[in-house]
Design a protein around this ligand. Structure first.
Ligand code: R5P
Length: 301
C-alpha cells in the first residue's frame, strides 16, 4: 500500500507555471475533437505539418494496375517511407503487415468499374469497420460536375457525419471527369465544396496556373494527387511547387510505384515534402539511391 501521508507532502503543483493551451498544428483543424486531431497527427507529421501519403487504392475501380499487381512484393518495401497509406480494406487486411505504423486512409466509396460511369459511386464501407481497422481517415470521391455529382456529395456528407461520431477524419477526393478541365477555377470550386461540406482534408490535382488560389481558398489541408506517371524529375518539380504553393503534402501513387526505383522515389518525395529540398537536389538524391541499389543487386548469371 502507498504511504498516503508521505506522498501528500511530496506533491509539486508548479503554481508558477500556467497550463498551456496549445494550438493544433494543422490548418482549419483547431476545433476538431481530440480523437480526430490525434488521427490527423498520424497522417501528417507534426514536425513538418506535411504528409507523404502513398496512394495504392487504384484497384477499387480498375483492377490490378501496373505496379500494383503484387502489393506484397512491390508495395510493402515502400511502406516504411510513407507517413500514410491510402488503400482499400481488402488490400490492407490481405497484404499490409499489421505491425505497420503508418496512418491508414481507407477508401470508403466505390461501385462502378472502369467499364461503367465512374461517378455512380456509393459509400462502400461502414465506419465501424474503419474503426476496427484503426483507420485515421476514410476517403470518398466527389465528382463535382459529374453525372452523379449530388449522389457523390451525399456520400461525402454522410461519411462526415459518421466520421464525426466516431472521431475518424474524412478525406474528400476531387475527381475530374473526362470532359472537365483541371484548371484553378474548377479545382477551387471542387475543393471548396468538399471543405464546406465537412471534409477534414481535401485531395486534388496540381494545376500549373493559380494552384496557390486553390489552397488559399480551402480552409482545411489540401494534399496534391499525383496523377499519371511523369519523368521522375518532373514529378519532383510538381510536388515541390504544390508544397511551395500551400499544399500540406502529397498523395501520390503511380509517380512513386511506377518509378524506375520506387524505394528511392518515395524517399526523394519525402525530402521535397518534409525538408523543402529543391527538385534537382531531390532528383540527384534519387539517382544516387537508385545507383546504390543497382550496385547492391546480385549480378544476373
Ligand atoms: C483515384 O481516384 C485514387 O484516389 C488514387 O489514389 C489517386 O488517383 C492517386 O493516385 P495517382 O497518384 O496514381 O493518381
Amino acid at each position: 500500500m502507498p504511504d498516503v501521508e508521505g506522498s501528500t507532502e511530496q506533491k509539486e503543483f508548479y503554481l508558477d507555471i500556467p497550463a498551456k493551451n496549445q494550438a493544433f498544428f494543422l490548418k482549419g483543424s483547431g476545433a476538431l475533437d481530440w480523437g480526430v486531431q490525434n488521427r490527423l497527427s498520424r497522417i501528417f507529421n507534426p514536425s513538418s505539418s506535411k504528409t507523404v501519403m502513398l496512394a495504392i487504392d487504384h484497384g477499387y475501380f480498375q483492377g490490378p494496375t501496373t505496379g500494383l499487381e503484387r502489393v506484397d512484393v512491390n508495395i510493402v518495401p515502400l511502406v516504411p517511407y510513407a507517413d500514410a497509406l491510402m488503400l482499400t480494406r481488402g488490400i490492407l487486411r490481405s497484404s499490409i503487415p499489421s505491425s505497420s505504423r503508418n496512418g491508414i486512409v481507407l477508401r470508403a466509396s466505390g461501385g462502378p468499374s472502369i467499364l461503367k460511369e465512374l461517378s455512380n459511386e456509393n459509400i462502400a464501407m461502414d465506419m465501424e469497420d474503419a474503426v476496427r481497422l484503426n483507420a485515421c481517415a476514410v476517403a470518398v470521391q466527389v465528382f463535382v460536375g459529374g453525372e452523379f455529382e449530388t449522389q457523390s456529395i451525399h456520400n461525402l456528407t454522410r461519411l462526415v457525419d459518421m466520421g464525426n461520431r466516431a472521431g475518424v477524419a474524412v478525406l474528400g477526393v476531387t475527381a475530374v471527369g473526362k470532359d472537365l478541365v483541371r484548371d484553378a477555377k474548377y479545382l477551387r470550386l471542387a475543393v471548396r465544396i468538399c471543405a464546406e461540406l465537412g471534409a477534414h482534408v481535401v485531395k486534388t490535382y496540381y494545376c500549373p496556373e493559380g494552384f496557390e488560389t486553390v489552397t488559399a481558398s480551402c480552409p482545411v489541408p489540401v494534399v496534391m494527387a499525383g496523377g499519371k506517371k511523369l519523368p521522375e524529375l518532373d514529378a519532383l518539380v510538381m510536388a515541390f511547387n504544390a508544397i511551395d504553393q500551400g499544399a500540406s503534402g502529397v498523395d501520390m501513387g503511380r509517380n512513386i510505384f511506377q518509378a524506375d526505383a520506387p524505394v528511392a522515389m518515395i524517399q526523394a518525395v519525402g525530402k521535397v515534402v518534409h525538408e523543402g529540398m529543391k527538385p534537382q537536389h531531390a532528383y540527384d538524391f534519387y539517382q544516387s539511391m537508385k545507383n546504390e541499389k543497382k550496385a547492391e543487386a546480385p549480378v544476373a548469371r
